[in-house]
Design a protein around this ligand. Structure first.
Ligand SMILES: *[C@@H]1O[C@H](CO)[C@@H](O)[C@H](O)[C@H]1NC(C)=O
Length: 133
């Protein structure tokens, strides 16, 4: 019973603050899902399923390309926040954090940078750049 009340209170709080779950990712709806031509993509089958080649293909299929670190950071500065690591250009992996949270970004803001991956067969999501998208 207590658990139900807690969940209910949390849900009300989330509603009031624009928070919620989408695609299994806890996020704030006032944050942008796309900014400065940059957007996040995951495989149809779910999170963290794309190799570097596949991530690149997903962006190119949509007429864009993998975003660079600079493009991701430019988008982040105007509110692009995603709690899921994805491939960027040149085999880099990271994700943009506007507001730090306990479950996302290790309490830091900025691009959480996993660096340039030597193993391009690792599976992550993708960050695409398409100024016309
Ligand atoms: C590269 O990553 C894939 C997927 O995680 C893994 O199966 C493979 O063993 C890795 N290769 C090397 C050389 O570490």
């Amino acid at each position: 019973m207590v658990v139900f009340i807690c969940v209910w209170v949390v849900l009300l709080w989330e509603e009031a603050h624009g928070w919620g779950f989408k695609n299994g990712i806890f996020h704030n709806s006032i944050w942008l899902e796309q900014a400065a031509g940059v957007y996040h993509r995951e495989a149809r089958t779910g999170r963290y399923k794309l190799t570097y080649a596949e991530a690149k293909a997903v962006c190119e299929y949509e007429g864009g390309r993998l975003a660079t670190y600079k493009q991701l950071e430019a988008a982040r500065k105007i509110g692009f926040h995603v709690c899921a690591a994805g491939w960027m250009a040149k085999g880099r992996v990271g994700y943009p954090i506007v507001k730090p949270g306990p479950n996302c970004g290790f309490g830091k803001t900025g691009i959480i940078d996993y660096g340039i991956r030597l193993n391009r067969s690792e599976r992550w999501d993708a960050y695409c750049y398409n100024p016309h998208g």
